[in-house]
Design a protein around this ligand. Structure first.
Ligand code: BTN
Length: 263
């Protein structure tokens, strides 16, 4: 079956002059765009370069899970970033807000964010975000931001994610122009990343989309499971969890399951 390829020249014209998306490297097939981006970053690639693939043979998600994305139907890309170490915490806020904003502008629907960085529609996952870093003794060398966004996939074809995932197609009933979706995400990401680099805060915008707040949740991190009510986030984006004994702790990372939902 032939696939409708992304229109890279159109994308380049639309994003010309921007730091993020000003240079786009397009692949038909790669193992993972994360690895391609890492190789480029090691070789001195300036920040903002986007590596996108129609197909990943070893796409990965958080917690070393495989990332399911059929060729030519969704968006799977990575961005080379070189933020100051203190700004690293805000990269996931910029990414989730960029995806949620683009999806809202294109569909009129209101995506939410499941802490820390899943973008959801209708209670199912629309987009996942992965941030990998390289550190040296002197601090952060670079970060690779990976975004998987379900656009024209029918999740019901994939039993392992059928109940958990959604796509723009599933939510709207119509196919979306992937080039346009990518343009909307990258333009927003560039704007939001500029706010981060200028020392601005994305916290209140991000928190206002967090569906997790107020809910009773379980948070899994490595072999630990914490339970409690998510009461808020602190300045760094850590989840504030009120535990059954009444104490409140900041949770830095983990996977949240909302009680009495598909999680
Ligand atoms: C998650 O587990 O929610 C994060 C998923 C991240 C998937 C994207 S697709 C583009 C990039 N390349 C990968 O191998 N993973 C990320």
């Amino acid at each position: 079956m032939s696939i409708q390829r992304l229109d890279i020249p159109r994308l380049e014209r639309a994003l010309k002059g921007r730091r993020i998306g000003g240079r786009i490297l397009y692949h038909g097939q790669v193992g993972s765009t994360m690895d391609e981006a890492r190789l480029l970053a090691e070789a001195g690639e300036p920040e903002g370069t986007v590596i996108i693939a129609e197909e990943q043979t070893a796409g990965r998600g958080r917690f070393n899970r495989a990332w399911v994305s059929p060729p030519g139907e969704n968006l799977a890309f990575s961005v080379v970033l070189r933020p100051a170490q203190a700004q690293l915490r805000y990269v996931n806020m910029a990414a989730t807000l960029a995806v949620a904003g683009a999806a809202e502008a294109l569909t009129g629907l209101q995506p939410t964010i499941k802490w820390p960085n899943d973008v959801r529609l209708g209670g199912r996952k629309l987009s996942g975000i992965l941030i990998e870093t390289s550190m040296s003794e002197a601090g952060l060398r670079y970060a690779v931001l990976g975004i998987g966004l379900n656009v024209n996939m029918d999740p019901s074809r994939f039993p392992e994610i059928a109940q958990l995932a959604t796509s723009l197609l599933r939510e709207t009933g119509r196919k979306a122009d992937r080039t346009r979706v990518l343009q909307e995400v990258l333009a927003r990401l560039d704007d939001l990343y500029q706010v981060v680099q200028g020392g601005g805060s994305l916290l209140s915008r991000w928190a206002s989309r967090l569906e997790t707040l107020g809910k009773v949740v379980q948070v899994r991190w490595r072999d630990q499971v914490l339970e409690g009510q998510a009461t808020g986030v602190d300045d760094e984006g850590n989840l504030l969890l009120r535990q059954p004994d009444g104490s409140t702790i900041p949770v830095v990372a983990g996977e949240v399951t909302l009680q009495s939902s598909r999680g």
